[in-house]
Design a protein around this ligand. Structure first.
Ligand code: ADP
Ligand code: MG
Length: 646
């Protein structure tokens, strides 16, 4: 096919612009990115060769070769990996297909700047070549294909692509370096220098599993020169020697005690395309019926799409240090999806399909042990380093809470996770575990109280809170919509049931409260018609109207039925387009409030607009207190205005 000039996809152009024009402190990361792509390409080739030996065409060497060349002011990175077809070049290099990139651009818009962290986090790897090069030439041949393609671009708006010759499979990328990176006078860095490149490879890519080779010019001492005399004036011959620059020893195979924290950190960043050191590292070796080594890390920050379907959880799988597959999902349950890591085991059955492998007994067994270890490590962190655990919680607490909720299906009722939950409460400004709350419960307290709200301040202002505060009862604050779902799965802790302060069946069991309740019940009997009239006036809006003893200075509140979804759960279901799940709403009136007297007076004329408006205003207030927007805010405003002008 003839040479074609194509334009970069609009988004790619923007991205390129951002990458090239942003000010990096670290120009050298391009090398890490290109080596990492080469390594990925070798992984892909290896993976495909497991089922199709032919693809190797007899050449089983896997390697990456780097040639810095001062004469042509270039640096060339080659691999004999999977390569790309013409269409793949256009799709992979010319357009941004990855869903993460959109998010990347959005984040850039937010922060107004492209930082190295952002690049690293989202892996816009290939384009980093244009930080140091004003022209990039890529020649590639897909393993198994005959035709090769040459792609070239100066990184502005267009690229060209044409058919070409290439002797062997794989990809060769040549960066035509900008002057300031060639060692010319006043240049910043010299990427045509062998020693510089060797150092960078060691720094960023030492654990790449494939040999990264370079040519080294060495002084050759002639054979007949046996003397030790170095001052010998004989001219020394120069000769080229190929050396592997990286150590290639997978970090996880080393002894734990021989690994420095920086080594773990660097490895983690490289291996999992992370840009910050991890929050936690677990390195375990197991011997016994199933032998394996696992290196598990918890990133400091949750992936931006951790809770979305675009996020692919899973561990990398190796067998005898050879990469088998990425994102192996079946090791760990979904609520540990934030964990990154790898498992290397000689005991996995590899001669079966990927699907069967994932369901194999060996894999299940390893997974179970890993899960236990991770949870154990987390509870250690919770006990010994609360500050760190709170950081963990801020990022991943939601995942564990969803895990508790999902236990509904497994019948485990959160047994393994319940002691890892932490909440803010009305007594402690910091987080408490359920055990800590339990330890502080009053001797005669029969339930664990909780309240739902958008933040601490909103809960503290709830009229229902007043009475609990008076009685010195501690209330757990549920600020995340998933919290109430989690507690509703747990149902109880150490035999004490969870009780929402907003449910109909909420009551306190001290003498004073009991007396108040009895009095309210009597009053309710006396006011039966009034309650019926209010209910009639709010038909279709509330399911019942009652008098309550739970309010002190508040006039009204909205309670939900003892069973079924609560108001906040209803909001979640609504947001999921699941309007079937409705809370049973009970409007509760405080008979000791002045408003109640007014209501009684108005009820004399229960068919009047005034009575109806009054009821609706009460209901709207109750909704607002719960943070629910009334259906028709404009009508509400009108009613208030009317009342105010009277
Ligand atoms: P990422 O590596 O995160 O996918 P990059 O921008 O680094 O993003 O690379 C884009 C894509 O280009 C890769 O996913 C891969 O498909 C392709 N690619 C890049 N370099 C190579 C290479 N050396 N061999 C084969 N494919 C490559
Ligand atoms: Mg990459």
């Amino acid at each position: 096919m003839a040479k074609q000039t194509l334009e970069f996809q609009a988004e790619t152009k923007r991205l390129l612009d951002l990458v090239v024009n942003s000010i990096y402190t670290n120009k050298e990361i391009f090398l890490r990115e290109l080596i990492s792509n080469a390594s990925d390409a070798l992984d892909k080739l290896h993976f495909e060769s497991l089922t199709n030996q032919n693809i190797l065409e007899g050449n089983e060497a896997y390697e990456i070769f780097i040639v810095p060349d001062p004469a042509s002011k270039t640096i060339t990175i080659s691999d004999n990996g999977i390569g790309m077809t013409r269409d793949e070049v256009i799709a992979n290099i010319g357009t941004i297909a990855k869903s993460g990139t959109k998010a990347f651009l959005e984040r850039v818009k937010e922060s107004g700047n492209v930082t190295e962290e952002l690049i690293g986090q989202f892996g816009v790897g290939f384009y980093s070549a244009f930080i140091v090069a004003d022209k990039v030439t890529l020649i590639t041949r897909r393993a198994g294909d005959q035709a090769a393609s040459k792609w070239e671009s100066d990184g502005t708006g267009e690229f060209t692509i044409e058919e070409c010759e290439k002797e062997s499979r794989g990809t060769t990328i040549t960066l035509h370096l900008k002057d300031e990176f060639t060692g010319a006078e006043g240049s910043e860095k010299n990427f045509t220098d062998v020693d510089t490149i060797e150092r960078l490879v060691k720094k960023y890519s030492d654990y790449i599993r494939y040999p990264i080779k370079m040519n080294f010019e060495i002084d050759k001492v002639s054979d007949d020169d046996q003397s030790d005399d170095q001052s010998d004036k004989k001219p020394v011959e120069k000769t080229i020697e190929v050396r592997t620059v990286n150590s290639m020893t997978p970090l996880w195979t080393k002894n734990k005690n021989d690994i420095k924290p920086e080594e773990y950190n660097e490895f983690f960043k490289h291996q999992f395309h992370e840009w910050e050191e991890p929050l936690e590292i677990m390195h375990t070796k197991a011997e016994g019926t199933i032998e394996y080594t696992a290196l598990i890390c918890i990133p400091k920050r949750a992936a931006y799409d951790l809770y979305y379907s675009t996020y692919e959880p899973g561990l990398q799988l190796y067998s005898r240090h050879v990469f088998i597959m990425d994102k192996c999902k079946d090791f760990l349950p979904d609520h540990l999806r934030f964990v990154k890591g790898l498992v290397d085991s000689p005991d996995l059955p590899l001669n079966i399909s990927r699907e069967l492998l994932q369901q194999s007994r060996e894999m299940k067994k390893i997974g179970q042990t890993l899960e236990k270890n991770i949870l154990k490590q987390l509870s250690k962190m919770l006990a010994n380093d609360r500050e760190k655990y709170e950081k963990f919680w801020a990022e991943y607490g939601k995942a564990l809470k969803i895990g508790v909720y999902n236990d509904i299906y497994s019948g485990k009722v959160g047994e393994e996770l319940k002691d890892l939950l932490i909440f803010k409460t009305s007594k402690e400004k910091k987080y408490s575990t359920l055990a800590e709350y339990f330890g502080r419960m009053k001797a005669d307290q029969s339930k664990i109280y909780y309240a739902v709200g958008k933040d601490e301040a909103a809960i503290e202002k709830l009229p229902q809170m007043e009475i609990l505060r008076d009685r010195g009862l501690e209330v757990i604050y549920l600020l995340d919509p998933v919290d109430e779902f989690a507690l509703s799965t747990l149902r109880q802790y150490e035999g004490k049931e969870f009780q929402s302060i907003a449910r109909e069946d909420f009551e306190l069991d001290d003498d004073e409260s009991k007396a108040a309740k009895q009095k309210t019940e009597e009053l309710a009997k006396d006011n039966e018609t009034l309650l019926k009239d209010v209910k009639e006036a709010l038909k279709g809006k509330v399911d019942d109207v009652k008098l309550t003893a739970r309010l002190k200075s508040g006039a009204v509140c909205l309670a939900t039925g003892s069973f079924g979804p609560s108001l906040s759960m209803e909001k979640v279901f609504d947001a999921m387009n699941n309007p079937m799940f409705k809370a049973v709403k009970i409007l509760e009136l405080n008979p000791n409030h002045a408003i109640f007297g007014r209501l009684k007076a108005l009820d004399e004329n229960k068919d009047s607009d005034e009575f109806k408006s009054f009821c609706e205003l009460l209901y709207a207030q109750a909704l607002l207190i719960e943070g629910v927007m009334p259906d028709d805010p404009a009508a509400l405003a009108n009613k208030i205005a009317e009342l105010m002008s009277k």
